[in-house]
Design a protein around this ligand. Structure first.
Ligand code: TMP
Length: 201
């Protein structure tokens, strides 16, 4: 693959969407060819799967939930990510496979080896070269969302603590790829730390 694949990860309310879009705008302004996506989503079928996954009225088992995230991912990889990387573009993606390991693996207790193996199938072996993990204490993140929580956000604080610990374990295991960025009050400060890492590459 000629392109560069950058993903953003983090727990609820960490400002990941804002930060990833700010990075996208910055890279685009430099004249680079950049594709921006969010997961689950990015293409029609995956956005429809997203609606099912996040609807508080959906009844979904842990196994079905894991497979639906993977199905959404398989489609966006095939339709957008793989061709964009093959053309040498930079792909910035708001969440990817690490989310499933953190939320369904560490959070729900689905076997992590199994997630990695299904993940490898869904992503066709495509891995991010850089992952920015935006770290924020769970309670500070959830406060921002208390009015309109989706099916996953509605889960207990202890669930979200497990997700965060999962991310920290992943970052510890792959420190070169996964870079922890502490979320600052001032979003420009957080962004400048991210740009420093990206420019360093
Ligand atoms: P978002 O709020 O960052 O757009 O992500 C949607 C929700 O889906 C968020 O609560 C995290 C969750 N999620 C998983 O549980 N597993 C996954 O694999 C992905 C990509 C997201």
């Amino acid at each position: 693959m000629k392109g560069k694949f950058i993903t953003f990860e983090g727990s609820e309310g960490c400002g990941k969407s804002t930060q990833s879009k700010m990075l996208f705008d910055y890279l685009k302004a430099k004249g680079l060819k950049v594709t921006y996506l969010r997961e689950p989503g990015g293409v029609k079928a995956s956005e429809r799967i997203r609606e099912i996954l996040l609807d508080p009225k959906s009844r979904i088992s842990p196994a079905a939930e894991t497979l639906l995230y993977m199905a959404a991912r398989a489609q966006v990889v095939e339709e957008i990510i793989k061709p964009a990387l093959a053309r040498g573009r930079i792909v910035v993606c708001d969440r990817f496979l690490d989310s499933t390991i953190a939320y369904q693996g560490y959070g729900l207790g689905i076997d992590i080896k199994l997630i990695k193996s299904i993940g490898n199938f869904a992503t066709q072996g495509i891995k991010p070269g850089l992952t920015i993990f935006l770290d924020l204490p769970v309670k500070s993140g959830l406060i921002h969302r208390h009015n309109c929580r989706d099916r996953i956000e509605q889960r207990s604080v202890s669930y979200h603590e497990k997700v965060r610990r999962g991310y920290l374990a992943l970052a510890k295991a792959e420190p070169r790829r996964i870079r922890i960025v502490k979320v600052e009050q001032d979003k420009r400060k957080t962004q400048s730390k991210i740009r420093e890492i990206v420019n360093g590459l």
